[in-house]
Design a protein around this ligand. Structure first.
Ligand code: SF4
Ligand code: SF4
Length: 377
């Protein structure tokens, strides 16, 4: 275990870096707007899955999703095929936040609490239901219908203030609270029970040659692997971990006191935990770099051409009413009428924030209803 301590710290450091980077990106999005900084939706591979049907049928992306999101989605699938749910165990910032909360919980409660099996087992299937329902509705509505219920979206908007999130996505905020409190008590609460992407990666990664294997002869049955597994997998009594629940985090190996009792294996080849982590990072960052060089890693909309009017469909939530009217070459009074904006709302208000001044105002819905109305001269 001691010899793996540095690898363990490296894993935590990487997870912490991913949390900091995404949190900062989400903050920049609030401050600079969607034209300059990507939204939390554009940065989440799930957006790629939600946009998939539209990409195949029309060649375009759903609102707030870009080529870079599709690239992230594709590369996480490649990671799942090669390394199973390593994205969850080594990269996902939302998974990392839950794990940090679990560590805090274990410090507070002085022990690791485990959900009773009679509740835990059926609840694990819930994420597959979430996967099917969210994807079917996203494909049907061609939009991010789930955003108001999405705890990750709520997290990404925390810098807007709780009042604003409560107005826009109260359910998402409540689920975020349940996830964080749940993780204090039960490690990786959202990953185990609710995450649609975890469900998908688990299925895709099933045939992967990558497995954790236990050597019965070397094992001293101390149970440390079971105590440390964030997904509560019974490592101690398995010879090979092929469960779709395993997030390939390497924690069991890193904590095992007996050298050779637990190993990561690809086929018959034993691969050290550090090598697994490095390989996953190389595939992740290597693919992003390649996509950037190939010009398919856009996470923000293309810059508007100076002087050219945009359509109503291209109006973004980060634009003020005045900017949106000017960009679409519509008179301010006519714009207020077309977008059904109450005259009491100041023209400096951002489109996505009109609902905070005028409760009940639904920018996305009104924009959708104006979709086919040309504002071109
Ligand atoms: S695999 Fe390692 S940690 Fe798990 S029971 Fe055996 S010796 Fe203990
Ligand atoms: S079995 Fe090992 S690699 Fe899999 S989730 Fe548990 S600790 Fe992580």
């Amino acid at each position: 275990m001691k010899k793996h301590r540095l690898t363990m710290y490296l894993r935590w450091a990487l997870l912490a870096i991913f949390v900091v980077l995404v949190t900062y990106a989400a903050y920049l999005h609030q401050v600079l707007g969607g034209a300059k900084a990507p939204s939390i939706h554009a940065l989440c591979p799930f957006g790629g899955l939600e946009s998939l049907y539209q990409v195949f049928t029309t060649g375009s992306f759903i609102n707030k999703i870009f080529a870079g999101t599709m690239t992230l989605f594709a590369l996480t699938l490649v990671i799942a095929i090669l390394f199973r749910r390593s994205f969850c165990g080594l990269i996902c910032p939302f998974g990392a936040i839950q794990e940090f909360f679990a560590k805090l919980g274990q410090t507070i409660f002085k022990r690791k609490l485990v959900m009773p099996a009679s509740i835990d087992k059926p609840l694990r299937y819930l994420k597959y239901v979430v996967l099917v329902v969210t994807v079917v509705y996203a494909w049907k509505t061609a939009g991010l219908w789930m955003a108001p219920y999405d705890p990750w979206s709520a997290y990404g908007h925390l810098s807007e203030g709780l009042d604003s999130i409560w107005q826009e996505s109260a359910v998402g905020l409540i689920i975020l609270g349940i996830t964080l409190l749940g993780s204090l008590i039960f490690d990786r609460f959202f990953c185990k029970y609710l995450c649609p992407m975890g469900a998908l990666y688990g299925i895709i990664g099933k045939p992967s040659p990558f497995k954790i294997v236990r050597n019965e002869i070397m094992c001293v049955n101390c149970g440390i692997c079971n105590n440390n597994c964030p997904m509560n997998i019974d490592v101690q009594h398995s010879l090979k971990i092929s469960s779709a629940e395993c997030i390939n985090c390497q924690t069991c190996i890193l904590n095992c006191p007996k050298t050779g009792a637990l190993n990561s294996q690809a086929g018959q080849t034993i691969i050290k935990p550090l090598t697994v982590i490095v390989l996953v990072m190389v595939v992740f960052f290597g693919s992003i770099f390649t996509a950037q060089v190939a010009g398919v890693y856009d996470l923000t909309p293309a810059a508007l051409k100076a002087g050219e009017p945009i359509t109503y469909d291209e109006i973004k939530g980060y634009m003020s009413i005045k900017e949106a009217a000017e960009s679409s070459k519509t008179g301010l009074k006519e714009f207020y009428e077309k977008f059904k904006i109450p005259v009491s709302v100041p023209s400096e208000t951002k489109m996505k924030e009109i609902s905070t001044v005028s409760p009940g105002y639904d920018f996305d819905n009104i924009k959708e209803s104006l979709k086919n109305l040309s504002n071109q001269p």
